[in-house]
Design a protein around this ligand. Structure first.
Ligand code: TXA
Ligand code: MG
Length: 353
């Protein structure tokens, strides 16, 4: 791939930046890539109806080509060229779009097979972010966009994180500031009898149940079985140093981290810790201050989610060769946080009772 000069454009006002959107729209229309903010994570966008343009996404990310892309639309009308909207999806969209949700729907012929990894369904999402929707409008077509990270790395929630992974690979990054939610959209399969959550996100099971009634139960993956969202089978969100989760009753969290740090130090390792503010206070002095990333106050799952990926990336250039992260309760948004943390940790969890 030809090395490109990657430019970051800060967008603070849509009108003032109209020339940037005209240029970005032209890049997409002519088959190029533009990274852009959404309310969840930054996306790496291409014309979603152009197979060749979408092939560039896989190349820039180093992503396996059987992993399908989500199409981003500016409004409800734009969906009809790409997918058949089921009654169930109508209800999800009416309740949560624009917002951090993706519906899986039967695809139409206009969507090339390379976008859907050969599947007969397509993921559709209407982002709740003005920069994203202005870009889609400027392009005049649905934009296919995965998270704008190199495959396997934590998703980017700032333009700087996009630049770290995509420098030299794409011409333009639109910088709309840090992402509000910080974890990728909830993916809901709306093609069956009952809705099924394929990836948890900020639109929680509880919220979906209120709108749809009973959902399909969460999948229990048996050995050798492929997950229904093809992307979920790959290594994901991994920081550069190996990560282990620490699960403990609340009153023992400090003790659990002390034990983990003691062991790692005895093996000559330098631990980095990803913790709540409360745990950080509890273990003050245990490791150098620069080896602690605080995600937020323990009760405040929204803030913890918003800071999650940045705290994983924080240790990229720190003097830490082993990472420990505090587990959270698996309810509400905690389900999405733990889903990403477990993947980032490759399933390594230490229970401390
Ligand atoms: O919040 C988000 O959804 C972000 C922003 C940029 O919009 N995008 C995102 O895309 O997370 P990506 O490519 O990193 O993750 C898309 C996930 C993958 O796990 C993929 O396998 C799944 O969606 N997916 C896409 N199309 C699908 C389909 N037709 N059926 C099942 N899973 C699908
Ligand atoms: Mg991703």
């Amino acid at each position: 791939m030809k090395k490109l000069q990657t430019r970051i454009e800060i967008i603070s006002d849509l009108k003032e930046s109209s020339a940037v959107f005209a240029e970005a729209g032209e890049i997409i229309r002519s088959g190029g890539l533009v990274a852009f903010p959404t309310e969840t994570v930054y996306g790496l966008g291409a014309n979603g109806l152009d197979a060749e343009a979408c092939a560039k996404i896989y190349e820039a990310k180093g992503r396996p080509s059987d992993n399908p892309l989500i199409l981003h639309v500016a409004d409800r009308a734009m969906i009809d060229c790409a997918a058949t909207v089921t009654e169930m999806a109508e209800r999800v969209l009416a309740a949560f779009a624009p917002g951090p949700v993706t519906v899986i729907l039967p695809k139409r012929d206009a969507v090339p097979p390379s976008v859907t990894g050969g599947l007969s369904t397509v993921g559709i999402r209407m982002p709740d972010n003005d920069v994203a929707r202005a870009l889609i409008r400027a392009a005049g077509a649905p934009i296919a966009a995965p998270s704008a990270n190199r495959s396997g790395r934590p998703s980017p929630t700032t333009a700087t994180a996009v630049f770290a992974d995509m420098d030299g690979k794409i011409p333009l990054v639109l910088d709309g500031g840090p992402c509000r939610f910080g974890v990728e959209s909830t993916i809901v399969d709306c093609t069956g009898e009952r809705a099924e959550i394929l990836r948890p996100g900020a639109v929680t099971r509880e919220m979906l149940t209120e709108v749809l009634g009973e959902l399909a139960p969460p999948p229990v993956l048996r050995e050798g079985e492929a997950p229904r969202a093809p992307g979920m089978k790959y290594t994901h969100y991994a920081p550069l140093a190996p990560l282990t989760l620490i699960a403990a009753p609340w009153e023992k969290m400090g003790e659990a981290f002390r034990a983990a740090v003691r062991e790692a130090t005895a093996e000559g390792k330098r631990p980095g810790l990803i913790v709540s503010r409360e745990t950080a206070e509890e273990i003050a002095g245990l490791v150098p201050l620069e080896n602690i990333a605080v995600t937020g106050s323990a009760g405040d799952l929204s803030t913890m989610a918003a800071n999650l990926y940045e705290s994983l990336r924080y240790f990229d250039d720190k003097n830490a060769d082993i990472l420990f992260a505090e587990a959270v309760g698996e309810a509400g948004l905690g389900v999405a946080i733990m889903n990403r943390l477990k993947k980032a940790a490759g399933g390594r969890i230490r229970f401390y009772n």
